[in-house]
Write a protein that binds this ligand. Sequence first.
Ligand code: ADP
Length: 463
Amino acid sequence: METLKIMNPATGEILKEISCHTEQEIKLILENGQTGFKKWAKVNAHERSRLLKDWARKIQEHKAELAEIITKENGKPLSEAVGEINYATSYIDWYAEEAVRIYGRTIPASSETKRIVVSRQPIGMVAAITPWNFPAAMMTRKAAPALAAGCSFVVKPAEETPLTTMRLIELAHEVGIPTDVIQYVNGQGPVVGKLFTDSEFIRKITFTGSTPVGKVLMKNSAETVKHLTMELGGHAPLIIVEDADLDYAVSQTIISKFRNAGQTCVCANRILVDENVIEAFSEKLTAAVNKLTVGNGMDTNVDIGPIINEKGFNKIVAQVEDAVAKGAEVLTGNKYDVNKEQSSFFVYPTVLKNIDVSMAIMQEETFGPIAPIISFKTIEEAVEIANSTPYGLAAYFFTNDYRVGMYLHDHLDFGIIGWNDGAPSAAHSPFGGMKESGLGREGGIEGIEPYLETKYLSIGNLV
Ligand code: ADP
């Protein structure tokens, strides 16, 4: 039987070995999900809302336990894991409220004998595929609106971090959300992904992960014309305008760049600084980065945990080596703590200067704690560099000049913009990307729409 060994990336300890579901088992899970959907769609919205609120409360009661699971399987510092549980819960709270606000409408007809009614209904069974970087929040961000809308839900968590998802779903069952309404499947991405896309029962795929995998899912979903939400890669620019409050901008850059050891799709990936303040900004950023501590996320006062695996580590090192070979100056970092036998890979936070657009670090998502700084002369040039990527997820800029701020807002081709804000994500706001960063939005009132189908009724021959 195929198994997944779940490993603590800080220590190499095997936390648990779990069996992958077989094809037969997955097919049964999907049949159950279809039965669950038929029941759940009929449960009234107030009851669905109540059950979601109970789930949120239960998660909060188990916060310490869940945070420890996250830190052990993902590596992020415990304080960040607690923050993730709160963030994950906020999606359930938000969509518990939205469940009772799924409104239809009436349209004035063009004939006296007609009435037109538009109603919303759940789309059907939803399958989610989630990544390892936010094992709790990426799941609840999808499960909460699906369940609120009346859809049943099945999720395949990342092979590296399934334990958080499994526990969250157990808690959902404990509060009375039916076992066939929310389920998980464990297995290899490509295998489970194909069973999901081939399934006639699944009406929607919601995915957070890399752009190449998103493209495969989109192609494979064409056969059965499934609805899709895709949260894919990012390559976020962070722009420091000449007038910016540099101390504040540095503190926000630290939050944006180094959270989760730089392993988030909205991490600042390219730091663009006006040439007149680049020396001052680089100095302040380097000083702040030098205060960050690296280590096991379970230890108190650790800011930067391990990189998730060797593949991720190798990509980071290759980008730094490429940049240095092409003339980048290392202001701090470029230091590693590796134990191959126990598969632990730590990267010290690194600041690079003298960056130019020919370097790989300016072309590809890094997913690591590396801050490359490139200078610009004009705002137009900053926008051109920022937009010269197939990605369009998040962008940040720092300025107190409202004209420059609005210009940047209007010209940056990104779905999420932080203006003097390094952490814009919130359950009540629409999160999602343009271009090859994805399709659709999660969070906010927009986030429940993709789980709803519109049904239009035209009644004729009235008197
Ligand atoms: P990363 O490289 O950061 O792990 P991936 O996009 O490969 O990003 O992984 C995100 C999620 O997608 C994981 O749950 C993984 O198992 C899943 N996955 C990987 N390959 C496929 C695939 N071909 N089809 C469906 N899911 C996949």
